[in-house]
Design a protein around this ligand. Structure first.
Ligand SMILES: [Mn+2]
Length: 316
C-alpha cells in the first residue's frame, strides 16, 4: 500500500495492538510508540504488546503504551518486523492475525495481507513519519519516538543508509523536540562495562580474507564475567565496522549455549543481506543478521564461507 492508502486504512481501525520485534531496537519501539500515540490522538484505543526483551534504553518510550494482560484487540499491526520468526515469544499467537506490516527491510517476508514496505527508507521511522503526517498533527509525543527510531537505525545519521530524505524528516521532527539530551544519551554515552567489553572484543578480534573481514565475538562467558546487562550489549555489533582497512565486520554473539546471533556490517564489496540470507537471516545491504545453531567455531566457519561465496558470486 502507498503512504496515503496506509494512513486511510489505519484511520478506519479501532482497538489496535502493535507488535515489535525480538531484541527490540530504537526503530521498532519508536515506530510502535509513535503510531500508538497517533492512533490515540485520533480517539482510538491502541496498545503495544509488551516486549519481554525491552532494554532500559528504550523502555521509557514504550512504557506509556504497554497493553495490560488479557487485552483483546480487534486489529494487529507490526512495525519494523521483517519476518514472523522475529516475533517475540509472547507475540507468536498473533502471527496469523497481523493484518498490516509496516517495514523497510528488503528481506520483508510478505507475511501480512496488507503491507507498507519501502526498502529505500533508512528506518521504518521514516515511513511511519510520512503515514502519521497524513493522519494527525505531529506532536512532541509523536516526534520524539520517531526521532529515536530514525537516529538509532542510522547511527545518528552516519551509516550509509542515511539519505537527504532522512535528514529532511529529522529536521521536521526537530521543530517539535529538543534532541541534544537524547543524542547524548544514545550516541555519546557508554557504560563502563560496555567500554570494557569493547576493549576485550578488540583484543580478541580476528582478521580474514587479506585483512578485509574482521570477526569479533561476544561469548556468554565474557558477558557473565563482566556482569553485562542487555543494554550494555545492544548495538555492540557496530564496533567491528570501525576497524581500519576492513569492509566486512562480523560480530558473533552467543545468545545461549549452541545458539549464535550473527551481525554483519559491510561496505559495497559484500552484500550483507545475501550473506545472512544463506544462513536463514536477512536485513539490509550494509547491515544484516542471522541466528544460527552451532558452536562459535562452527558458526564462524559458516559465515566466512558465506561471505566468500557471496563475494565470488558478485564477481560473475
Ligand atoms: Mn529498522
Amino acid at each position: 500500500m502507498t503512504i496515503l492508502e496506509t494512513a486511510n486504512y489505519l484511520k478506519a481501525l479501532d482497538n489496535i495492538l502493535i507488535l515489535t520485534h525480538v531484541r527490540p531496537d530504537g526503530d521498532t519501539i519508536g515506530c510502535a510508540a509513535a503510531l500508538c500515540q497517533a492512533l490515540r490522538d485520533l480517539g482510538k484505543t491502541a496498545y503495544l504488546l509488551y516486549n519481554p526483551e525491552i532494554t532500559a534504553t528504550y523502555e521509557p518510550y514504550a512504557a506509556p503504551y504497554w497493553a495490560e494482560d488479557g487485552y483483546q484487540p480487534d486489529h494487529v499491526i507490526s512495525t519494523d518486523i521483517a519476518a514472523l520468526s522475529l516475533l517475540p515469544e509472547n507475540a507468536t499467537s498473533y502471527a496469523s492475525r497481523i493484518e498490516l506490516a509496516i517495514d523497510h527491510h528488503p528481506s520483508y517476508g510478505d507475511f501480512a495481507p496488507n503491507s507498507c514496505v519501502d526498502p529505500s527508507a533508512a528506518a521504518a521511522g521514516e515511513i511511519l513519519y510520512e503515514i502519521i503526517a497524513q493522519m494527525t498533527p505531529i506532536t512532541p509525543a509523536i516526534a520524539m519516538p520517531l526521532y529515536v527510531a530514525i537516529a538509532t537505525d542510522t547511527g545518528c545519521f552516519v551509516y550509509s543508509n542515511t539519505t537527504a530524505r532522512t535528514h529532511r524528516i529529522a529536521a521536521a521532527l526537530m521543530a517539535h523536540i529538543d534532541v541534544a539530551q537524547v543524542n547524548k544519551a544514545l550516541f555519546r554515552t557508554k557504560s563502563k562495562v560496555r567500554l570494557a567489553m569493547e576493549s576485550r572484543m578488540v583484543a580478541d578480534m580476528e582478521l580474514f580474507d587479506h585483512n578485509r573481514v574482521v570477526v569479533m565475538e561476544i561469548p556468554l562467558r565474557l558477558r557473565q564475567e563482566m556482569h553485562a546487562t542487555e543494554a550494555d550489549i545492544e548495538e555492540l555489533s557496530s564496533l567491528a565496522a570501525l576497524v581500519e582497512g576492513t569492509d566486512c565486520g562480523i560480530t558473533l554473539r552467543e545468545l545461549r549455549p549452541g545458539v549464535i546471533k550473527i551481525s554483519v556490517r559491510s561496505g559495497p564489496r559484500v552484500n550483507a543481506t545475501e550473506v545472512c540470507a544463506r544462513l536463514g537471516g536477512g536485513g539490509h545491504r550494509a547491515a544484516a543478521g542471522a541466528t544460527v545453531e552451532g558452536t562459535m567455531e562452527e558458526v564462524k566457519r559458516k559465515i566466512l564461507q558465506s561471505v566468500a561465496e557471496v563475494v565470488e558470486h558478485a564477481k560473475c
